[in-house]
Design a binder for this molecule. Structure first.
Ligand SMILES: NC(=O)c1ccc[n+]([C@@H]2O[C@H](COP(=O)([O-])OP(=O)(O)OC[C@H]3O[C@@H](n4cnc5c(N)ncnc54)[C@H](OP(=O)(O)O)[C@@H]3O)[C@@H](O)[C@H]2O)c1
Length: 254
């Protein structure tokens, strides 16, 4: 099976590090033109864009703010003329312990919901408008949720699990409501994946906590998630629209 994305413009949010970085690189290797979104890691995003070929460019937007989120899709469409696939990958895991002050608790919920759910809904809204109006019409949205959406998370990360469950419902609703417009929407739900975010969990709970549930003998790497995203972006899985693919080293069957 040959995967050729050379006719595709793809925006990957949170492409400066971790899963997003591996995804941008893998998409570019398959021929896609990649818009490399980042928040704070400008140097890292520049490196990713440089490895993704001449057409790749970094795009900065703090997804915890409404204005920056609101203009990102238009910036990408202005630069490339269209958008074929949106990978909603950027995310945060902010702890909200039960014994935190109400202010800290509320801040954690607010930041998490903004980056992990509100930004995706707004980016998705703008992307859908372009998908409907561009020629040829249509496009794909691939949301990176989490195993936590389905089995919950530890008490400190309830907000993270809730935001990802919302993202799953958002993505399924897009698949359900916009299929007639040629829009396909998928969710990828990773388990622990070796990135900066997972390292925070490992530092807190230990490496054993991350690997004890796995059927496979090693922690998932960002490239293991990226290859599934490339497959979904390719169109070869379009009739699986609305689905969620678990990439968790077999932790549900162990
Ligand atoms: N790693 C895991 O174990 C795991 C498991 C399940 C699901 N996931 C999900 O997979 C996705 C990627 O996670 P990861 O592990 O690769 O995380 P990561 O290494 O921490 O990278 C997070 C990415 O999101 C961007 N980002 C965070 N906050 C942002 C903000 N306010 N504005 C703009 N960009 C922002 C970061 O950009 P800058 O550095 O440029 O700010 C970075 O590129 C997330 O949605 C995460 O929830 C991860």
């Amino acid at each position: 099976m040959h995967t050729d994305l050379s006719d595709q413009i793809v925006l990957v949010t949170g492409a400066s590090r971790g899963i997003g970085r591996a995804t941008a690189t893998a998409l570019a290797e398959a021929g896609a033109t990649v818009a490399v979104h980042y928040g704070r890691s400008a140097d890292a995003a520049g490196e990713v864009a440089a490895t993704c070929g001449e057409e790749a460019r970094p795009f900065q937007a703090d997804l915890s703010t409404l204005d920056a989120t609101n203009s990102l899709i238009d910036q990408v469409v202005d630069a490339y003329g269209r958008l074929d696939t949106l990978v909603l990958n950027a995310g945060v895991a902010v702890p909200a312990p039960m014994d935190a002050s109400t202010e800290r608790w509320a801040d954690a919920w607010s930041e998490t919901m903004h980056v992990n759910l509100r930004a995706p809904e707004l980016l998705g809204r703008h992307a859908l408008r372009h998908f409907q109006s561009q020629e040829p019409s249509g496009g794909r949205i691939i949301s990176i949720a989490s195993r936590a959406a389905f089995r919950g998370d530890t008490p400190d990360y309830v907000t993270y699990a809730a935001s990802k469950a919302g993202l799953v419902a958002l993505t399924r609703s897009i698949a359900r409501g916009f299929g007639d417009d040629g829009v396909k929407a998928f969710t990828v739900a990773p388990g622990f994946t070796r990135t900066d975010m997972a390292q925070d969990f490992i530092d807190e709970y230990g490496e054993e906590h991350a690997t004890e549930d796995l059927a496979l003998d090693r922690l998932t790497e960002p490239s293991d998630v990226a290859s599934v995203i490339v497959f979904l972006a390719s169109g070869q899985a379009d009739h699986a629209t609305g689905t969620t693919i678990d990439v968790n080293a077999g932790s549900y069957v162990h």
